[in-house]
Ligand binder design. Structure first.
Ligand code: PEP
Ligand code: MG
Length: 539
């Protein structure tokens, strides 16, 4: 047994096989075959296996996250059976006398292109699905297990680091835990893991080498220990820890459904952060009173092209409806810096965290911004939706963003499309500039939510992604706390509520300070809600 030490960023115990994330696309060779009938049969066999995998995934997804989330697998299943998909594969094998892998890739790419060129947004979307289905079939044909779900076995997933676009694509039912060589505590990998309640250990360094793939590992997401080939005694110890964690959770269950109230009887809004519709289940399980931050950019990641208005609308509407009238704060696009999607074609930058990101992209690409705003406003007719702009650093930016929102409202009204005219529009306070001028911004905003992850990064001039300088990244720094206090005071003076949606909101050492300072809302990862309710009650 060997034990690696990293940073535990998402609590929980996991035991399972270690699998390294594969990033390379398949290099499919164009191999000539003589037995074309045999090759066609290989394709049919692989298609059948792929169908069985998709059925299993649909079932497990439906059980865990509801039927709606299983739909994607059902669509993939239908594609596999469709003659528009299968006939060209068979034809290529027979006429070109080539291997099934190549035929699937060639036919799949052509069909994907046809979909991409269609006018209808829904059909355009199917292009990525065709490619996904083809990858699954090729993986089976070539015996390479690319897909996390394809072995039907859940794994501890390892990588040098995980990009937000990758975390957006995981088959969550198949990931027991995340472990990475790199990564900082407030990286999006850590945030994603906490949101999903998946245990995670990051910063394990080069000792987490791909040579360990396939070995059984056991980890503790709190202590940051990762044991390879764990001895029985270690597994037993972890089982005891797991039971202790379960007991702690059981005790917290007594707070489920209770209001969040401080020792002096002040009500605090205890909300949750999410990255996708799929997280709503975790929000309900966590007993959050609303959603304080919907990181909408995850809808844009892991895709080949911009998500059309209707696709976005469906997601926002679903979240609003599933939250049953509880407040849902949708943050507009916060792409850029570590959250990259190729199709944005962002220019290479020396300092991406200081570059073209978030509201700056939206204001320079108003069409993109307005498409998202239209989708959010349309969803506002189906629940209690609020809009929140990220990375604001000047009053002018806020005014420009509000003008875009006003134009969208006018357009929708002219088109007789229903929306809530009173949709609150707030901003994130995550630049020191915004905190310092929060008295001015408060006149133009309905609420403030402090993004302490970025506020720390920009106040202390420490890159939040760089684990090499993590000792200098102290979100409890007095400078950050002063900016928080200043923002709360300015917000309250203008009569608006102020919350925190950055990771600092869940810091148990600071709950009392936050209550004393007068914060009105805390929005944290869903798995931390009940624990925070307990702490607030003691503060
Ligand atoms: C933050 O910066 O604190 C925040 C909540 O936004 P993100 O972590 O997505 O940058
Ligand atoms: Mg931020």
């Amino acid at each position: 047994m060997i034990t690696l030490h990293g940073k535990g960023v998402s609590a929980g115990i996991a035991v399972g096989p270690l699998k390294f994330l594969e990033r390379e696309e398949y290099a499919v060779e164009k191999k000539a075959v003589t037995d074309t009938a045999g090759e066609v049969q290989r394709f049919y066999d692989a298609r059948q296996k792929a169908g069985a995998q998709l059925d299993a995934m649909a079932l497990s997804m439906a059980e865990k996250l509801g039927k709606g989330n299983a739909q994607l697998f059902e669509i993939h299943r239908m594609m596999l059976e469709d003659s528009d998909y299968c006939d060209p594969v068979v034809k290529i094998i027979e006429t070109e006398k080539v291997c099934a892998e190549y035929a699937v890739q060639a036919a799949g790419s052509r069909l994907a292109l046809d979909f991409a060129e269609m006018d209808d947004d829904y059909m355009k979307e199917r292009s990525a699905d065709v490619l996904d289905v083809s990858r699954r079939v090729i993986a089976i044909l070539s015996g390479t297990q690319r897909d996390l779900g394809s072995a039907g076995e859940a794994v501890i997933l390892a990588a040098e680091d995980f990009a937000p676009s990758e975390t957006a694509q995981f088959d969550r039912t198949m990931v027991l835990a995340l472990v990475s060589q790199k990564g900082a505590a407030n990286s999006h990998t850590a945030i994603f893991a906490r949101t999903m309640g998946i245990p995670a250990v990051i910063g394990l360094g080069a000792t987490l080498s791909p040579g360990l793939a396939g070995k059984i590992a056991a980890l503790d997401g709190e202590t940051g220990e990762l044991h390879i080939d764990p001895e029985d005694a270690v597994i037993e110890k972890l089982e005891t820890r797991r039971e202790a964690l379960l007991k702690k959770r059981e005790a917290l269950e007594l707070l489920r459904g209770m209001p969040t109230v401080t020792k002096t009887g002040r009500r605090i809004k205890l909300y949750a952060n999410i990255g996708s519709v799929d997280d709503v289940e975790a929000v309900r399980n966590g007993d959050a009173e609303g959603i304080g931050l919907f990181r909408s950019e995850f809808l844009y990641l892991g895709r080949q092209d911009y998500p059309p208005e209707d696709i976005q609308y469906e997601s926002y509407r679903k979240v609003a409806e599933e939250m049953g009238g509880k407040e849902v704060i949708i943050r507009t696009l916060d792409i850029g810096a570590d959250k990259q999607a190729d199709y944005f074609e962002l220019p290479p930058e020396e300092n991406p965290a200081l570059g073209l990101r978030a509201i700056r992209i939206c204001l320079t690409r108003p069409h993109l911004f307005k498409t998202q705003l239209r989708a959010i406003y349309r969803a506002s007719a189906h629940g209690s939706v609020s809009i929140m702009f990220p990375m604001i650093s000047s009053l002018e930016e806020l005014k420009r963003a509000r003008r875009c929102a006003a134009e969208v409202r006018e357009e929708l009204a002219a088109e007789h499309i229903p929306f809530n005219e009173k949709t609150p529009v707030g901003i994130m306070i995550e630049t020191p500039a915004a905190a310092i001028i929060s008295d001015l911004l408060a006149r133009e905003a309905d609420f403030f939510s402090l993004g302490t992850n970025d506020l720390t990064q920009y106040t202390l001039a420490v890159d939040r992604q760089n684990e090499g300088i993590s000792e200098f990244c102290d979100p409890r720094h007095e400078a950050v706390l002063r900016l928080i206090r200043m923002t709360v005071e300015n917000g309250h003076r203008a009569g608006i509520w102020v919350g925190i949606c950055g990771s600092l909101g869940a810091d148990p050492e600071l709950t009392e300070t936050f209550v004393r300072v007068g914060l009105d809302e805390l929005s944290v990862e869903p798995s931390g809600i009940l624990e925070l309710r307990r702490r607030i009650a003691l503060s």
